[in-house]
Design a protein around this ligand. Structure first.
Ligand code: OAD
Length: 254
């Protein structure tokens, strides 16, 4: 990318960020791709070959809990060497230089938190949480205390499950309510690295647009929400977000 490519859209986006009362940003697997974590729907994605039905539904867990547990153990293992990339770090920097920032993520990899983002809503849970389906007790794990065997709940004895949302399940009520409130009240909505095909997250950009927000999309591929974008960057987030963040930070400090 040449330095002048997308310069007008970067300047416009930075103007909007600088004057916004509330910035909302929805992220998806694409923002973690440059950290070396596969996306879901790409050719090498987690769901390639129709694996979602076997690995990410309550029915799959009821049928074969060990197989599902093993898949999530493998995904936890994948994360241990992974670090936030420049896209994650740029979002954390943007948060520090706007009035209010709400980061709504579909990712379960914890990389936004590790990058320094603070106001995070996890729509699809977190890979490092085990949850009891019977009494809702949650246990935060680290790679050191992840169990190869499926653990049982210390409170009620039920078999624990990964603390992520599966296909066919409702999102955590507070998370989706807060995300919808943020999308409907923000001045600028950023949509980064998501195919925007899984509801209700995919509709957040529509909510924002309907409320008059300026919509920014960062994604090398077009998506069902691309037509809403006032500024669209068809580039990897790790390339474009640092340019936006740097420009915002130098404007704030000059
Ligand atoms: P997908 O795998 O469906 O889409 C990833 C998106 O990231 C695609 O649109 C890519 O074009 C884009 N992308 C790839 N590399 C990128 C980069 N470097 N920078 C920016 N964008 C890039 O992932 P999600 O949309 O996040 O849910 O999927 C949504 C949900 O579907 C996931 O949270 C997961 C999945 O089923 C659950 O597991 C509940």
């Amino acid at each position: 990318m040449s330095p002048t490519e997308h310069a007008d859209d970067i300047a416009l986006t930075v103007d909007r960020l600088a004057s916004a009362d509330h910035v909302c940003c929805l992220t998806g697997a694409g923002v973690s791709a440059e950290s070396g974590i596969p996306t879901f729907r790409g050719a090498d994605g987690f769901w390639a070959g129709g694996r979602a039905q076997d690995l990410a539904t309550p029915e799959a867990f009821a049928r074969d809990p060990e197989k599902v547990w093993e898949f999530y153990l493998w995904r936890r293992g994948l994360l241990t060497e992974k670090k936030p990339n420049p896209g994650h770090l740029a979002l954390a920097a943007i948060e520090q230089h706007v009035r209010r920032f709400t980061l709504v993520t579909q990712n379960v990899d914890d990389l936004h938190r590790l990058a320094g983002s603070r106001n995070i809503i996890e729509l699809h849970g977190n890979l490092w949480i085990d949850r009891c389906p019977a009494c809702s007790r949650e246990v935060h794990r680290s790679i050191e205390d992840v169990s190869n065997q499926i653990p049982h709940c210390d409170s009620c004895g039920a078999m624990m499950r990964p603390g992520v949302v599966w296909f066919g399940e409702l999102l955590p009520a507070e998370a989706i309510t807060t995300a919808q409130e943020a999308a409907s009240s923000c001045d600028i909505m950023m949509v980064v690295g998501t195919a925007a095909v899984v509801q209700p997250a995919a509709s957040l950009a529509n909510w924002a647009k309907a409320n008059g927000a300026f919509v920014v999309e960062v994604n090398p591929e077009a998506t069902p929400v691309s037509h809403l974008a006032d500024a669209r960057f068809p580039l990897p987030s790790g390339q474009i977000l640092p340019q936006i963040a740097d420009s915002l930070v130098s404007r704030a400090t000059s």
